[in-house]
Design a protein around this ligand. Sequence first.
Ligand code: BT5
Length: 254
Amino acid sequence: ARVLRTSFIGKHVVYKETTDSTQNIAISLADRSDSHGTVVIAEQQKSGRGRQKRKWLSPKGGIWLSVVLKPGIPTAKITLLPFVAALAVCDAIKNATGLDARLKWPNDVMISGKKVAGILLDISAEADQINYAVIGIGINANVDSAAISARLDGTKITSISDELGHSTSRLDLTRSLLENLEHYYLEMEQQGVGTILQKWKKRSDMLGRKVAVVQNNNKIIQGMATDINDDGSLLLKTDVGDVNVVSGDIHVRY
Ligand code: BT5
């Protein structure tokens, strides 16, 4: 197998057959001085997490991993890290499988309108100093999406094997993912968020469409998704004017 062409992401890999959550292991390693780029990967997770304490089902056959990063960027810019990760996942799926993966704000990766991968960010920061960021990535690679779906609340989901009609190489996909992640991460550190957001927008079919943003309190804001702002918030044009939606506890329907 070809070696991993990265300079820091994946130089240290922790592999588990089964764990509660790779995110928890990565957080427990993050304070070490040499943890930058450490990858924690598991065959299955017993308590995989989504955002806002939602569950992430993680049976065998998927790609469930977390990456420790110590970004040299201002704390305010850390909200862009999930966009970097989503971009890396999207390109890895395209490169490794040929499938037409698309991005949905704030950090979902979709194939034909169904969620194939999700991103989670945990950070530790003081004032304007980031101690560490742990980015969690879950990809439904070779899993039965109908079986996962049956245990969920109606979210439309898919997997790479279901889309292809056969299984895919998780090794190739993971390698491509980690290489892309390092590439886009360095691009963000060196060139700022502008080019990352441009690329993100190119891979999204959401801008220019009418969307409904469902908030935590079940309030719904409808409008036209017109842009992603530099802080990663979504610009909505509504009947009562422009609204900036931050990626808190909300989800978006087209
Ligand atoms: C996410 O949350 O999409 C972030 C998922 C991050 C998972 C990775 S796996 C490695 C690392 N370790 C962890 O413990 N987590 C990370 P969110 O946008 O909140 O979406 C959560 C929602 O997605 C749930 O409420 C379900 O409706 C749905 N869901 C759960 N499992 C799914 C799956 N396998 N595929 C697609 N959707 C799923």
